[in-house]
Design a protein around this ligand. Structure first.
Ligand code: SF4
Length: 174
């Protein structure tokens, strides 16, 4: 109810853009879905922009058009929502998607990305994800990958990935 009151207070200002930071944290799954439906409905009706900040990729699947995945304070992948779920082009996104519990994997160990996120005052050189990345090579330790355009046949919208090996990651994901 408190989340709904916060949303109502924000809507009363008739904003053109809402930034919702973890709007479903600490809610059970049913209420989580209700809050997300409410935000999506208001966004459609009022034609406002909606930026959702969340650690839960499962929550945004039905609401977002575009997802920007951030690691160590930087966007590492940006893509239309269905493209990113279908075939992630960054190992961190792959790890996040693999760690979402799935009904068809009942009884199996849940995947976890090894290690911990870096201290933001001591971000590793090169690619900040390299100490945890299963695909890391020597170049990842020294060269920061640019947020490069991802291209492949059948892709209509723009995609970007900050990985030296986005092609290999994409191939492994498809
Ligand atoms: S640049 Fe290297 S370390 Fe960074 S995500 Fe890509 S493969 Fe992994």
């Amino acid at each position: 109810m408190r989340q709904r009151i916060m949303i109502a207070m924000a809507m009363a200002l008739e904003p053109s853009l809402i930034i919702a930071d973890e709007p479903t944290t600490a809610l059970d799954v049913t209420v989580q879905a209700q809050v997300m439906d409410l935000l999506a409905e208001l966004q459609r009706e009022l034609h406002m922009g909606l930026i959702l900040i969340t650690h839960d990729l499962g929550v945004v699947a039905d609401v977002a058009d575009t997802i920007a995945v951030m690691y160590a304070g930087r966007i590492v992948e940006r893509a239309p929502v269905h493209e990113i779920y279908r075939a992630p082009a960054h190992p961190y996104t792959r790890g996040l998607l693999a760690s979402i519990p799935r009904l068809d994997q009942k009884g199996q160990d849940l995947y976890a990305i090894k290690g911990l996120p870096p201290n933001l005052t001591r971000i590793p050189p090169g690619c900040a994800f390299h100490p945890r990345c299963p695909m890391a090579q020597d170049v990842c330790v020294t060269e920061e990958p640019p947020l490069a355009r991802v291209t492949y046949e059948g892709l209509v919208a723009e995609r970007r990935s900050a990985c030296h090996f986005w092609k290999e990651t994409l191939d492994a994901s498809r």
